[in-house]
Design a protein. Structure first.
Length: 253
């Protein structure tokens, strides 16, 4: 099955992968800016997210294969590949498996290491949304606010709401499978994974996802990696400081 995407502009292919519980819409603003700079930008919905297909399997190996099929379908070669968080791990898996397809790799606020489970509270809150009772986005936000205090995180999650029909809301993500496979999201990049091409790792100033010690592991897997920090930003660095994010990526490209 083919991944859903939004394709913007004309030029060299630039593929962007969203993070866990996200979707291609999260990258529409920055994707449009990149498309105005001589790139054909592919904003991709990964499996079990957005408008892409649902499947019982959810791990980095199958997501990399999904992207390979996507690139083959559109005859994409020498792509710039950018991934954030889960999308960044997918981008690492894809690039080290199919290195000839990627010209430059950009990874946003995630490292190759294993991460402990930390999305359980969010998944639990989402599971409590009863769409037989919820009639509006406001209703859903009120329920989530009882478990998730950060308004920005709630707004990010609520982008997944859509009208299944004129009377009933639902979530685009496959919440059941994502909850059942949550341990896969934290898995490390395989030990022998290696990419010799140009690579940029971006980390948020206030995010703890990439530490100084992690830079040693990054260099092991990606010897040519450059590591840059986005100021005044946490894990959602592309949304919290988009201008600096855009400038650093553009300079790298």
């Amino acid at each position: 099955m083919l991944l859903h995407s939004q394709i913007l502009g004309e030029g060299n292919p630039f593929v962007i992968l969203h993070g866990f519980l996200g979707m291609s819409d999260n990258w529409k603003t920055l994707g449009t800016k990149f498309s105005e700079n001589g790139y054909q930008v592919h904003l991709v919905d990964l499996r079990n997210h957005g408008r892409s297909f649902h499947d019982i399997s959810h791990n980095y190996q199958v997501m990399a294969k999904d992207l390979k099929e996507y690139c083959s379908h559109y005859n994409l070669e020498n792509i710039v590949l950018l991934g954030h968080s889960m999308g960044g791990k997918t981008a690492m898996e894809f690039t080290t498996t199919y290195p000839k397809i990627v010209s430059k790799l950009i990874v946003a606020d995630i490292g190759p290491k294993e991460y402990p489970l930390h999305h359980q509270d969010i998944l639990k809150a989402l599971s409590l949304l009863d769409f037989t009772q919820i009639e509006s986005r406001g209703d859903a936000d009120k329920i989530l606010s009882e478990y998730i205090s950060e308004k920005g995180i709630r707004q990010f999650l609520l982008k997944n709401l859509y009208w299944k029909n004129k009377n009933k809301l639902g979530l685009r993500m496959n919440l059941t499978v994502l909850s059942n496979t949550i341990d896969e999201v934290g898995k490390p990049l395989r030990e022998d994974a290696n990419y010799q091409g140009d690579t940029l790792f971006l980390k948020g100033q206030h995010s703890g996802y990439i530490s100084e010690m992690d830079e040693i592991l990054i260099k092991k897997h990606f010897p040519k990696a450059i590591i840059k920090e986005i100021s005044k930003a946490g894990h959602w660095l592309h949304a919290e400081n988009p201008s600096e994010f855009y400038q650093i990526v553009t300079n790298f490209l």
